[in-house]
Design a binder for this molecule. Structure first.
Ligand code: ZN
Length: 79
């Protein structure tokens, strides 16, 4: 499961929707990574701090800083 949602300053934040609205996504991703390192993004399911990951194979996504996933907590959100 690739996590693309987070809580940013208490609001729902969708990474894909956000980047689609930007022309320079590479620059945006760098900005998001810096914000994430300061703890700006939180998991909407387990409230853990999230980091931004991007690579050639996988599209940009959020990852938990400590645990690998919170699928146990998330399960009720995916029927
Ligand atoms: Zn989580």
């Amino acid at each position: 499961m690739i996590l693309q949602e987070a809580l940013y300053e208490g609001n729902h934040f969708d990474l894909r929707v956000y980047l689609e609205s930007k022309s320079d996504t590479k620059d945006e991703i760098e900005q998001l990574k810096k914000r994430a390192e300061k703890g700006a993004f939180r998991c909407p399911y387990c409230d853990e701090t999230l980091i931004v990951k991007s690579g050639d194979i996988r599209e940009e996504h959020f990852a938990h800083r400590h645990s690998k996933s919170c699928e146990v907590n998330c399960s009720c959100f995916y029927y």
